[in-house]
Design a protein around this ligand. Structure first.
Ligand code: B1M
Length: 279
């Protein structure tokens, strides 16, 4: 088995020592850090996400894989920084004010990191002001907020408002998640998207961070008008779709093979996302 496959399998198995040893050996053999990252760690975390969505992996498996990946990533980070590798995007993430639950947020952060994002984790009990200050300081593509308590969810809305008041709302995308959070709530507070779990959070973050219509390049605007319920069922805030449609405009003839009737079926939309995304 070649070194990259060894690393890939070690992450899939959640085997942290083997992941670390594989990365060390690969570096010793002169493999480029970016190749190890993309073909080993990131590819494996993509597969972990797929297995999670197929109900073959559950939260514990995803956690151990993410931890294994982080061990390997820690070895690569300084080398990637030296080589000036471009991250998929920068995300600021935190659990909102008054809320100390961080297991889900940490998992989302690890999955994002495993997908090539630079993640600034503000921790728990993060106030709207702290999010705003972090946006000023770090200039991220995205803010990710997590809430596990119904009583702390309003802090998500307060943060969106604080971003507006600071004149920063247009400069950063906002995604939210956590057990009590819903797509309806995301729409209500004007967030750009909601995702129900860590693996779909990665997909959402990639699309939002693209900021250039990468999410729906091949869907004609007319199709997008039909399936909002379907997209919403898959965790997309319809407000963000509306904004997106306005930007994209009609892209005629591009929805090759896409049946509008398919779009009414809840989970067809993410598949379209994958198949239609630009490389
Ligand atoms: Co708390 N707690 N807790 N708790 N706790 C819940 C959330 C609760 C549902 C339990 C219950 O009553 N059945 C309940 C909330 C009720 C409600 O508001 N509706 C509750 C309560 C009431 C409380 C306290 C108020 C209890 C008390 O003191 N009286 C208190 C509050 C403290 C505070 O935050 N101020 C409290 C305290 C705690 C502990 C400290 C003991 C501990 C937290 C430890 C920690 O996080 N470090 C804890 C725990 C562990 C839980 C439960 C049991 C598990 C939460 C968890 O980690 N789930 C929880 C009951 C439950 O959920 N069964 C409960 C696993 C995790 C992987 O899932 O966090 O949902 P989750 O994350 C998922 C998705 O939601 C999503 O992806 C993740 C991975 O798939 N996701 C995102 C999460 N964030 C996302 C962000 C995104 C996208 C997706 O984009 C940015």
């Amino acid at each position: 088995m070649d070194r990259i496959s060894e690393i890939y399998n070690a992450v899939l198995d959640g085997n942290a020592p083997a992941t670390k040893a594989g990365v060390e050996a690969a570096l010793g053999e002169g493999l480029a850090p970016e190749v190890i990252l993309k073909q080993g760690l990131i590819a494996a975390m993509g597969e972990v996400g797929r297995l999670f969505e197929a109900n073959e992996y559950f939260v514990p498996e995803m956690l151990v894989s993410a931890r294994a990946m982080q061990g390997g990533l820690a070895l690569l980070k300084p080398l990637l920084a030296e080589a000036g590798a471009t991250p998929a995007g920068k995300v600021i993430i935190g659990t909102v004010k008054g809320d100390l639950h961080d297991i889900g947020k940490n998992l989302v952060a690890m999955m994002l990191e495993g997908s090539g994002f630079e993640v600034v984790d503000l921790g728990t009990d993060v106030s709207p002001d702290k999010f705003v200050n972090a946006v000023v300081e770090h200039r991220p593509h995205l803010i990710g907020m997590s809430a596990l308590l119904t009583t702390t969810m309003p802090s998500m809305g307060a943060t969106v408002k604080a971003l507006q008041e600071a004149g920063l709302r247009d400069k950063v995308k906002v995604m939210i998640g956590g057990a009590p959070v819903t797509v309806a709530y995301s729409n209500q507070i004007g967030a750009d998207g909601y995702s129900p779990d860590a693996s779909s959070a990665v997909r959402l973050a990639k699309s939002l961070a693209g900021a250039d219509c990468r999410a729906f390049p091949n869907l004609e605007a007319a199709s997008l008008r039909v399936p909002h319920a379907a997209w919403a069922a898959c965790g997309w805030a319809t407000s963000s779709l509306h904004r997106h449609c306005e930007r994209v405009g009609p892209q005629r003839g591009a929805a090759v093979g896409v049946q509008r009737s398919n779009l009414r079926v809840g989970h067809t939309a993410p598949r379209l996302l994958r198949t239609n995304r630009s490389p």
